[in-house]
Design a protein around this ligand. Sequence first.
Ligand SMILES: C[S@@+](CC[C@H](N)C(=O)[O-])C[C@H]1O[C@@H](n2cnc3c(N)ncnc32)[C@H](O)[C@@H]1O
Length: 279
Amino acid sequence: MPKVGEELRAAAHRLAQAGCHAPRREAAGLWARLSGGTVGEVWLEQDREAPEGRRTRYWDAVERRARGEPAAYAAGRAGFRWLELTIDPRVLIPRPETEGLVERVLGHGGSGSALDVGTGSGCIALSLATEGGFSRVVATDASNAALDVARANAARLAPRVAVEFRHGDLLEPVSGETFDAIVSNPPYVAAEEFEALDDGVRLYEPREALVSPEGGLQHSRRLLEGAAPLLAPGGLLALEVDSTRAEATLRLAREAGWRGARLESDLFGRLRYLLATKE
Ligand SMILES: C[S@@+](CC[C@H](N)C(=O)[O-])C[C@H]1O[C@@H](n2cnc3c(N)ncnc32)[C@H](O)[C@@H]1O
């Protein structure tokens, strides 16, 4: 049976031929995604035999990556905070900055009930359910296909978490209910910006997960206008925003009556989070 190291070298060669910029790192990264470990652990495993089933899945992922598919879709896996999520092009690949959004919500208290609007893979809702002290988490999405992925990710968690998934437009599926936290990473890319995105995003990720009308602001505006009646007093509204439109989103928040709304930066110093508390 071939060794892990031989597979990695052959895969790096294939990825280099396909024009990948960091073929050795990509080869190890794909193996790590499939084995559920880290790239460091993969380097330590090089002298181990590579199991047949893993090799088959690995070469399928390598070929897909060589054709330009993002690594997370090629391997079908993405890590988010403590979670290992199964993903495919029905959902956005969870981004590291969204982990910071979850951090803000957990930091606010992380208890009572929480709503995640536009759940995609379920990354935010499932993180809140597993890491927070929430007694109730509801997740919505306008895409039934995305909800299928999120439900499957929830079903794989052990111990089980009770997250309710609902289909519909933004806050409509929870009309009349109240939450202690409402969180969303809504679509916030302007249509013309979408056309200029990297092929890996533009050709594989769901357009409806990224693009928002009104220059990227429509979903955020509607959430800011509709969230207050659904929040308990003292409850937190936490939105991920495009750093280039953070100030514009803050203005929309003030217009919608969120007097104490503020922006916070991600680890790279980019304004990424809009936080507002119900008075
Ligand atoms: C930027 S993605 C975020 C996905 C996931 N929460 C994450 O952070 O990776 C936006 C999500 O909102 C959903 N969405 C788009 N328009 C929506 C709408 N009008 N109502 C509810 N969900 C919507 C998309 O299907 C997509 O799953």
